[in-house]
Design a protein around this ligand. Sequence first.
Ligand code: 13P
Ligand code: SF4
Length: 311
Amino acid sequence: DLSGIDVRAEIERLRKERNAVILAHYYQKPELQDLADFVGDSLELSRKAAETDADVIAFCGVTFMAETAKILSPNKIVVVPDMDAGCSLEDSCPPEKFKAFREAHPDHIALTYINCSTEVKALSDVIVTSSSAETILQQIPADQKIIFGPDRHLGGYLSRKFNREMLLWPGVCIVHEAFSETELLKLKAQNPGAPIAAHPECPPTIVDHADYVGSTSGILKYAKEMAGDTLIVATEPHIIHQMELALPNKTFIGAPGADGNCNCNICPYMALNTMEKLYLALRDLEPRVEIEEGLRLAAKKSLDKMLEMAS
Ligand code: 13P
Ligand code: SF4
């Protein structure tokens, strides 16, 4: 029972006592974004985790992100508010099936989205995030055959944009799949002139209407640079918090699902994290991410390749 405890003050006290850094993804609740030392996209958060001199990383995101932090910073204690914060893309790609798929295509390299398990990273050649995928893909020789997993929408988008055939793993993000083209077009008609920014995890029915397609940090940058004062945002709506902080005079509208509002596009995994659970994680240093050393080193290879090629 946490009643009577000033959770925010306790987080502040424990953050100093533990020499902890709090990292948060843009899809976290506003209160978690506000107290984090750093808020960013998947690539930026990986870089922060690799660089930090804190003793403890408290990772407010989903577990594949916290595992990435542990792979890159093995000597730090990495804790998460809720170990059940998974990802539908990770779930779509069991390591043994991915291994069999790779073995069936020995002449292909595996270019793999960071939204996957540590085991799948260990079975991959190069990891990409949505902000680094285009730069990395352009460095791979044109005659090199590629398996892209687990997000078929990001893979399909890259494949169309660069006119490059890839074997796509059939995974999807349940959040970005939930946007409705019909409702989006209605919203667009109600807001004539407002551009649409979409994450490449969206299906083509959404991405094809977008004026800008990119990662969370890319969408945020687009919001800052666009000429108009209204933007339709087709990604998880919690990112709108950062837009409203940075651009109080502009209007941001979350793209709708089939029910006409954007609440169905809240990531249920990201939403498991709360202030109370973050407090408990800092207090108890649990739940803690641990990765067997052989597996960690195998996964680190493909992640290091990303960090090298993304810069
Ligand atoms: P980025 O923040 O890297 O764009 O990733 C989005 C996402 O869905 C993370 O789960
Ligand atoms: Fe996974 Fe989609 Fe949630 Fe991101 S938004 S963590 S891709 S389910």
